[in-house]
Ligand binder design. Structure first.
Ligand code: ADP
Ligand code: GLC
Length: 493
């Protein structure tokens, strides 16, 4: 089967979050199953810098917002990719530095609607083999609002590929005004409640939902949650009425990229068979990487870590509220890696200035540091208010770093709460799960985790349970394949 996988970010070329990881690992899992996959993304400056040789596949003539674009399409190979990468190279829109969506100063590019409309139309044209390369897609798999309109652009094609649309996060709707819709010169019949119109605005996320043959999201629990007002951002009705074509498929992880036995970014390898001394060495290296003087007491004390986009979703407010008390009543220390909302960045930095030996903060994006944090922390904090799937709790489990999570979305589907019954740790436990997204609940759960942390026999068992979990792609990639094959009639089981 020929599968065109479209994403606005793809690790290791460009990544802001989990979408980038999935846009690398899922296509590889599919290719591994014998499918013929192409990945397509915009030719951002950062991406072009990392690729050395290109072939020009051809030029697409597209008209967006009354402007004619002759869009060059490149094919590149990369040593880490098992398939060719296709790049939509429209320099006026994508030859920009840094983050794909925002200006280096932080604000969204003003022409994002135009950028991702053009990208979506290019993907649709490539799927139909307008370039006459002999490769016409059987399936086009689009991801998030940036590719929401791919399916719409294919709607009038008779021999079109199956259209799968995956929602990675409902919080990002790709919402623009009616005026923007008009400026883009899109087909006027798209402007309807059964099209892209959304309470008077234009929603690219909704386009993906309406025009695709199947909608998936990244965990079974989130698939249910988004059909309710608390998680649906106003689109819950659209989704609930399309539950016949909505399915939650849990994300997998790339077990080679996140492997404590071979990870090049960590200080010492370790495995479920032999967790120590490797894990301990990583703890030391992690603390040293923050430039603190590492004492024996510090190495003994529990180390709680967090790698995250610093946004509302991730429950940072709860973490910030609990730390001052935890610093007073426990010996726990904290390590953070993150970038995002200036308000959260400033509060974290303030805490670390006040407690330099106990709260260590790196503001920025660093793949290397993220791996070392996963390897060297004892506990991973992920109290997200909502979490479509979440990958960091899965990486944490694999690195024997016990996650503390809020029972929501993919977190609820992947972490089993630990409890001690009759002096024994329940067998299936892998982490700590709390029900209400409140700082007091988080605090209570951290206190419980810290108590078990001192009971070494239980803690070792918990780490072993966590490391024995298998969240590889095998099962989920098969589920996607089943959808690809039966997209028109796929019914949620
Ligand atoms: P989300 O996609 O909502 O950000 P996920 O848990 O699915 O959450 O995935 C986040 C991914 O981004 C992980 O691979 C995580 O390690 C990475 N990440 C987030 N922030 C940073 C950062 N500041 N530095 C390095 N990696 C980061
Ligand atoms: C989104 C979600 C996250 C998910 C990731 C990959 O960014 O916030 O929960 O794991 O996409 O699907």
């Amino acid at each position: 089967m020929k599968i065109l996988f479209a994403s606005s970010e793809v690790w290791p070329l460009i990544k802001t979050g989990g979408l980038g990881d999935i846009a690398y690992s899922l296509p590889h899992a599919l290719q591994h199953l014998g499918e013929d996959v192409r990945i397509v993304l915009p030719a951002y400056q950062e991406v072009l810098k990392q690729l050395s040789s290109f072939k020009i596949l051809g030029w697409l003539s597209l008209a967006i917002a009354g402007k004619k674009h002759s869009v060059r399409v490149l094919q590149a190979n990369h040593p880490q990719f098992a398939m060719p990468i296709w790049l939509v190279d429209e320099q006026t829109l994508f030859d920009r530095p840094g983050n794909p969506y925002a200006h280096p100063e932080g604000y969204d590019w003003a022409d994002n609607a135009e950028r991702y409309t053009l990208f979506s139309e290019a993907v649709a044209r490539l799927a139909m083999d307008d370039l006459k390369t002999g490769w016409k897609a059987d399936v086009v798999h689009s991801n998030d609002w940036q590719t929401g309109m791919v399916s719409a652009f294919l709607d009038n094609e008779i021999e079109r590929p199956r259209r799968i649309f995956t929602i990675h996060n409902m919080a990002y709707g790709g919402n623009f005004s009616h005026e923007v819709f008009n400026q883009l010169h899109l087909p006027s019949d798209w402007w309807s409640p059964e099209g892209v119109e959304f309470y008077g605005n234009f929603s690219m996320l909704k386009a993906g939902m309406i025009y695709s043959d199947m909608i998936t999201t990244v965990s079974p629990t989130y698939a249910k949650e988004i059909c309710t007002p608390a998680f649906g951002y106003g689109l819950e009705g659209v989704l609930a009425s399309r539950s016949y074509k909505l399915k939650g498929i849990l994300n997998g992880i790339d077990r080679d990229v996140w492997n404590p036995q071979t990870d090049p970014y960590i200080a010492a390898p370790f495995s479920a068979e032999q967790i120590q001394p490797g894990k301990f060495k990583n703890k030391m290296a992690l603390l040293e990487s923050y430039g603190v003087s590492v004492s024996k007491d510090m190495l003994k004390a529990p180390l709680l870590g967090m790698v995250s986009r610093l946004v509302e979703q991730k429950g940072l407010d709860m973490v910030l509220e609990t730390i001052p008390l935890l610093l007073k009543i426990t010996d726990a220390n904290f390590v953070f890696i993150g970038t995002g909302h200036p308000h959260f960045e400033a509060q974290l930095l303030k805490l670390s200035e006040q407690h330099p030996q106990r709260v260590m903060v790196f503001i920025g994006y660093s793949e290397e540091k993220a791996h070392l944090l996963e390897a060297g922390s004892d506990i991973f904090l992920m109290p997200s208010r909502f979490e479509p799937c979440g990958l960091n709790q899965l990486y944490s489990l694999r690195y024997g770093t016990i996650p503390i999570v809020h029972r929501t979305g993919g977190l609820a589907d992947t972490v089993v709460n630990a409890s001690i019954e009759n002096g024994k740790l329940n067998k299936s436990s892998t982490g700590f799960v709390f029900d209400q997204a409140r700082a007091s609940e988080l605090l209570k759960t951290i206190m419980q985790a810290l108590k078990i942390f001192t009971q070494k026999e239980h803690w070792n068992q918990l780490q072993l349970n966590a490391m024995q979990q298998d969240f590889g792609w095998e099962k989920s990639a098969q589920e996607y394949l089943a959808l690809y094959k039966n997209a028109e009639t796929g019914i949620d089981e």
